[in-house]
Design a protein around this ligand. Sequence first.
Ligand code: SF4
Ligand code: SF4
Length: 132
Amino acid sequence: MFGNLCLKCPDEIRGKCCYYTYTAYTTSNEKCFILLKHYCPYLNPETKKCNIFKERFKINPYCANIKTSIELGGLIEGCKYLKKHKKQLKESPVSLQIPKNIRSIDIKMIDYLNSISLHDFLRLFYPKLIML
Ligand code: SF4
Ligand code: SF4
């Protein structure tokens, strides 16, 4: 994303809202974290800006607005929009850190996801984006 508050977003997390996430289960809870190899094909990972910002909802059927992202708990800790809309937060926000004590099946899945290319990741999980 790249709204007004994104200009004030800390460099280490700016644009991470456009990376794909994985929900891992620990012995006590679940935690969503960012897959650092896999991001929206419309994100420029160097500038950390969306290449289609003005038309993103027309072009990318998976792109969510800020309100929806907050409601779904899809924004990362430290996001300026999360801070602004704190009271609407329903779930733990997304983290850059893989949780400790996660299930072995999740570890295997993470290893697998980290081993495949972005193209293969999109082909498997977001085939509509490959066809665009
Ligand atoms: S994490 Fe939040 S503030 Fe940072 S770029 Fe994404 S939407 Fe903007
Ligand atoms: S289209 Fe992709 S890069 Fe652009 S804001 Fe949406 S998720 Fe981010």
